[in-house]
Every structure is written in structure tokens, then in C-alpha cells.
Design a protein around this ligand. Structure first.
Ligand code: 4GS
Length: 167
């Protein structure tokens, strides 16, 4: 395989916040080297001369960078071809960029009187898709309105958001 290009990343609270966009970017690399400090930060010379960039998984302090590294590995790995069973699911996911997941339902259709929404058992894929998109918009608007600023909204999305009295 020869010496493929690699990117060396230091896991550190002073790094750039890790997000899905960064995960997509890293998934394009031939290889990643994730450097984890333990207890203290790493030697400044390592940080300055051996590391391409610093990444943080969030504003809190852990004992070591191992768990942050695993978070990066898990997030990036599932974007690589062949890791998830269905390649399309990751692509579909990228269409709902910056939206939270719509509610999921499985069997049974009636759980202690709580029914699966009628539209989901309608067998109409277009109707189901529209419902899921609208629910994702609703959920995001309610719990993470900040994310919506980055979402690519269709005309229908804007109509739906207005209707929900949030947009
Ligand atoms: C994080 C973080 C972290 C900081 C490593 C104290 C040991 C520890 N790394 N995102 N020294 N948050 N690292 O807490 O990435």
C-alpha cells in the first residue's frame, strides 16, 4: 500500500468542535492518527510539530483522549462504504442535513392503546416521506432551533414551518 497520506489529530478540549461535517471531511482521508493525552495535555512540541489539528468532542474535561478518539472513530467509520449494511441510509441521512431524526415506530401497531400514526401504515411512500420530513423539521424547531439555520429548506419546508408557527 505504500505510505498513504495521513492526518494527525490531537483530541483536546481546545480543539475545533467535532461535528458531522468534520466527520464527513475526515472520512475522505486515507488514514487518521488520533493522539490521546492522559491526565495532562501533551507536550507542546508534539502539539506544535507533530499534529495537523486539534479536535474537541465537547466542552468538558475527560481523564484521557481515548473516549473522544472512539467517538471520532465511530462517527467516521459509519460513513465509510461497506460499514453500514445499506449504503443509502448514510446518503439519505445527508439529505436531512442539520435536522434531528423524525420519530421511529416499529411493531406492534398498537402498544397498550398507543397507535402507530396512520400515515406510516398507509403504504404510500411519498406521504410517509413528507410526514417524516415534517416531523424532523418540527422536532428540530422545538428542541434545537439553532440547527435550522444550517438546514437547506425547500419551499414546502418553509410552508410547514410557518404552519407550525416557528418559522
Ligand atoms: C477531550 C475533549 C478531553 C483533556 C485528555 C485533559 C486528557 C482530555 N478531548 N474532547 N487531558 N473534551 N481530553 O477532555 O477531546
Amino acid at each position: 500500500m505504500g505510505r498513504s497520506h495521513s492526518r494527525t489529530i490531537l483530541m483536546s478540549p481546545s480543539g475545533k468542535p467535532f461535528d458531522q461535517e468534520k466527520a464527513w471531511e475526515l472520512s475522505q482521508e486515507d488514514r487518521l492518527i488520533l493522539v490521546c493525552g492522559r491526565y495532562e495535555g501533551v507536550d507542546e512540541r508534539v502539539r506544535l510539530h507533530c499534529v495537523d489539528e486539534e479536535i474537541s468532542i465537547g466542552d468538558y474535561v475527560l481523564t484521557g483522549g481515548e473516549l473522544p478518539a472512539m467517538v471520532v472513530v465511530e462517527t467516521v467509520a459509519r460513513l465509510l462504504p461497506g460499514v453500514l449494511g445499506d449504503e443509502n441510509s448514510v446518503v439519505e441521512e445527508s439529505f436531512s442535513n442539520h435536522l434531528l431524526e423524525y420519530p421511529q415506530y416499529t411493531r406492534p401497531r398498537d402498544f397498550k392503546g398507543h397507535k402507530v400514526p396512520e400515515v406510516l401504515v398507509s403504504g404510500d411512500p411519498k406521504k410517509i416521506q413528507d410526514w417524516q420530513r415534517k416531523e424532523a423539521l418540527k422536532k428540530t424547531a422545538q428542541v434545537r432551533p439553532d440547527l435550522l439555520k444550517k438546514t437547506e429548506l425547500s419551499d414546502q419546508d418553509r410552508v410547514d414551518l410557518k404552519e407550525l408557527n416557528i418559522g
